[in-house]
Design a protein around this ligand. Sequence first.
Ligand SMILES: Nc1ncnc2c1ncn2[C@@H]1O[C@H](COP(=O)(O)OP(=O)(O)OP(=O)(O)O)[C@@H](O)[C@H]1O
Length: 298
Amino acid sequence: MKRARIIYNPTSGREAFQKELPRALRKLEEAGYEASTHATTGEGDATEAARTAVTREYDVVIAAGGDGTINEVVNGLAEQPFRPKLGVIPVGTTNDFARSLRIPRNIQKAIDVVIAGNTKKIDIGKIDEDRYFIYIAGGGKITELTYEVPSKLKTMLGQLAYYIKGIEMLPFMKPINVRIEYDDHILEEPIMMFLISNSNSIGGFERANPLGEMDDGYFDLLIVRKTHFGDIPKIATSLLKGNHIHHDKIIYTKTKSLTVDVEENVSLNIDGEYGGLLPGKFVNLYQHIEFFVPENTD
Ligand SMILES: Nc1ncnc2c1ncn2[C@@H]1O[C@H](COP(=O)(O)OP(=O)(O)OP(=O)(O)O)[C@@H](O)[C@H]1O
């Protein structure tokens, strides 16, 4: 009999999962899984729980929560030589990663995806020696000033799936001097921010194959060079149209790894959460975790 460990955040998304849990367990049992649960107790607990699931040789881990919970579970699995297959039940406030995998928001339908058994190996980002991210890492320096973001700009930016959180901050950012090394390039100049993504969103909003670039071993690297407040709407428009690749304030490329050095204190954002200060080394781990995904995503 296959064994599944459900790691869920009981506080995530208005506690919706707990109500559905008995039904989810029943479904899994009927599908031939012996299933057990672990309710997380606070920050970092999902990482520990995932490590324990590996030690106890579960075949499958199911992470129920938001992006934060999935990030933590992946951090517990990523360094293990044997990594169970990972199911995702998106019950958080932000579920960008699950959305990119086309996993349904409906809890029972998301369980059905696990039961159906279709999987895909997805790249994972590694930061320095022992931290991992699932879809985005980025950095920049936020100013003390609070400009009002024009509402038109906000509406436009609202359509940017992954980069929204980063780009939306542009008006509040001030230039930082960086040294970024990627492939054979060395960039040494003031920039507004950089975003490293393991996604298909940028330049690919209308892609037919949504997972096409989450398993290719490459990050998307987006760097916004030093710019003035007035240029930001233009940059946002160009990002939205997907022709940002040719914008002179934007560097957009693909790379398997990069290092980012800074002279001052600049914070790093990992999967939407504060992730300490730079510098950092970022490496794409090719097809490192096998996720359950709906069948029609290939
Ligand atoms: N029992 C708990 N009580 C409080 N916080 C917890 C608990 N278990 C886990 N957490 C923390 O909650 C963080 C965020 O959770 P998660 O990503 O699942 O939800 P979310 O999408 O951020 O939003 P929300 O919790 O508002 O639905 C996790 O990174 C984890 O550190």
